[in-house]
Design a protein around this ligand. Structure first.
Ligand code: ATP
Length: 232
């Protein structure tokens, strides 16, 4: 597998625009990675003007059951999914940490490398925004990054309590422009394509011997078959 490039120090301005680049991270269990991860984030990158997105496979996800594929298998699937796509790179700091993959810790470690001034964003799906108040030290997230939220079918943009809705409205921006003007603190709800795909559904379809052809890249399907994954 090729080593991940170092996007943090590679470029500091978006070519042509003069705006500071936004360093964007996208964390997930990726068990397996699928088009519901890749396509909305590609659309988001276009909307916001991201020229690099760093995928962060987690080792021990704190909010959910443990993955079926091993950390190494999930990482290999991520590498295969992005091998011909220069938008994406991978960072393994969460995978190599033996403690739960708390996003706040990851953000702080990126923040330390980037310094206080450079814009840093964390990408999530709408379902994750709905439960963000359950994340460890969630109130500190926006002190370290912006949140970029991809649409996901079946999840509203309205949050579940008046307090959370107030928090969202306080930080929400309607256009991507302010994201490059501040290091952190904004939430941008992006109108990305709606893809009704989840890794849970893909694992279940494999258990049932059903095809997943339109749900994930062929290279991932071949890897799943060759490793005998999700058979139970
Ligand atoms: P699982 O079904 O195993 O819970 P998942 O498909 O939701 O997995 P994760 O790896 O848990 O995938 O998700 C990583 C991130 O990708 C999360 O922020 C999640 O909200 C987002 N995401 C996953 N699938 C989609 C989708 N179809 N559309 C938009 N965002 C998605």
């Amino acid at each position: 597998m090729p080593d991940a490039i170092d996007p943090i120090n590679a470029v500091s301005q978006t070519a042509g625009t003069g705006s500071p680049i936004i360093h964007a991270l996208f964390g997930g269990t990726f068990d397996p990675i699928h088009y519901g991860h890749l396509l909305p984030v590609q659309a988001l990158a276009q909307l916001v003007g991201l020229n690099k997105v760093i995928l962060l496979p987690n080792h021990v996800p704190p909010h959910r059951p443990q993955p079926e594929a091993t950390a190494q298998q999930r990482l290999e699937m991520v590498h295969l999914a992005i091998q011909d796509n220069p938008l994406f790179t991978v960072d393994t700091r969460e995978l190599t940490r033996q403690t739960p993959s708390y996003t706040i810790e990851t953000l702080k470690s990126f923040r330390q490398e980037l310094g206080e001034q450079r814009p840093l964003a964390f990408i999530i799906g709408q379902d994750s925004l709905q439960t963000i108040h359950t994340w460890y030290k969630w109130e500190e997230l926006l002190d370290n990054c912006h949140l970029l939220v991809c649409s996901r079918p079946g999840y509203k943009s309205q949050l579940s309590t008046p307090e959370m809705q107030q928090w969202l409205e306080k930080h929400q921006v309607d256009t991507p422009f302010p994201l490059s003007q501040k290091p952190c603190g904004h939430i941008y709800l992006a109108a990305t394509p709606l893809l009704n795909i989840s890794a849970t559904d893909i694992r279940q379809r494999h258990h049932q011997g059903l095809s997943c052809d339109d749900l994930l890249p062929p290279s991932i399907q071949n890897y799943i078959d060759s490793q005998g994954l999700y058979k139970q």
